[in-house]
Design a protein around this ligand. Structure first.
Ligand SMILES: NC(=O)c1ccc[n+]([C@@H]2O[C@H](COP(=O)([O-])OP(=O)(O)OC[C@H]3O[C@@H](n4cnc5c(N)ncnc54)[C@H](OP(=O)(O)O)[C@@H]3O)[C@@H](O)[C@H]2O)c1
Length: 247
């Protein structure tokens, strides 16, 4: 047994990039996958693909800035499959910009998706996991949650917050036998850079990530690793980068 087979795994931000790759890989390894994101067409066709390949999957349109929708996503997993074993809080945005550009709407968007979205995921999963006396919450931070660079201030702040929230959660849920993991990726080739509205920052980041960025499968393998460890092993934090990444 790989300790993945048969687990019910909810993934936010499953419509592209890291979430999509992880859904496919964990499904291949025998997990039941519940996919959440706003682009319903994408997650529905992914669920269809996973089912066609012999897996179990369902898709539910979810905006993580809405706590009721995040609760409905996790509840749908429990209703359909009887439990929720893993929540991968992966949905996120990275519209980099210098503070002096005063892109207040983008700051708020990052706070709403990257921080509040993760908190809503925890709020949705925790009651079920407490009752089960088992479960695993995996939160996606970033190298930018460890480092600050010009243009990354708000993004780094949200990703640092995820590390704080995850470590606090880890300490608070011991009595319920829950596991918590922070995964902090470096550069990975996904759609993440599409939302950068400052042209020169987007261009520089695209050039860099095209050059050194990893495939999302690198992230998927790490998620599989932390889930597959025996239940008494709690891998709390992983930081990974392309070998060529300097920052
Ligand atoms: N790629 C990297 O180099 C890298 C490095 C470090 C950390 N990360 C983190 O990895 C995570 C995944 O990003 P990615 O690289 O895979 O980028 P991506 O391809 O742009 O995927 C982002 C995902 O988040 C979802 N999302 C955004 N806003 C949402 C909302 N309001 N409600 C629900 N879902 C929402 C998107 O789905 P919809 O648009 O369909 O809703 C999409 O599925 C993010 O947290 C990101 O910060 C990525």
């Amino acid at each position: 047994m790989n300790n993945i087979e048969g687990k019910v795994i909810v993934i936010t931000g499953a419509s592209s990039g890291l979430g999509e790759a992880t859904a496919k890989y964990l499904s291949e390894l025998g997990a039941t996958i519940v996919l959440g994101a706003r682009r319903e067409d994408r997650i529905q066709s992914l669920a269809d693909e996973l089912s066609k390949n012999g897996g179990k999957a369902l898709a539910k349109a979810t905006d993580v800035t809405n706590p009721d929708q995040v609760k409905a996503l996790v509840d749908a997993a429990v209703e359909a499959y009887g439990r929720v074993d893993v929540l991968l809080n992966n949905a996120g945005l990275m519209p980099l910009s210098p503070l002096e550009d005063l892109k207040i709407d983008e700051w708020n968007q990052m706070i709403d998706v990257n921080i509040k979205g993760v908190l809503y995921g925890i709020a949705a999963a925790l009651p079920h996991m407490k009752q089960q006396k088992s479960g695993h919450i995996i939160n996606v931070s970033s190298v930018a949650g460890h480092k600050i660079f010009p243009g990354s201030v708000l993004y780094s702040a949200t990703k640092s917050a995820i590390r704080v929230i995850s470590e606090g959660l880890r300490q608070e849920v011991k009595e319920y036998n829950l596991r918590t993991t922070i995964i902090s990726p470096g550069a990975v080739k996904t759609e993440l850079l599409e939302h950068i509205s400052v042209d020169d920052i987007q261009k520089a980041n695209k050039e860099y990530v095209n050059q050194v960025g990893l495939s999302p499968s690198a992230f998927a393998r790490l998620v599989a690793f932390v889930v597959s460890e025996p239940e008494d092993v709690d891998i709390n934090e992983i930081l990974f980068r392309p070998t060529a990444q300097g920052l």
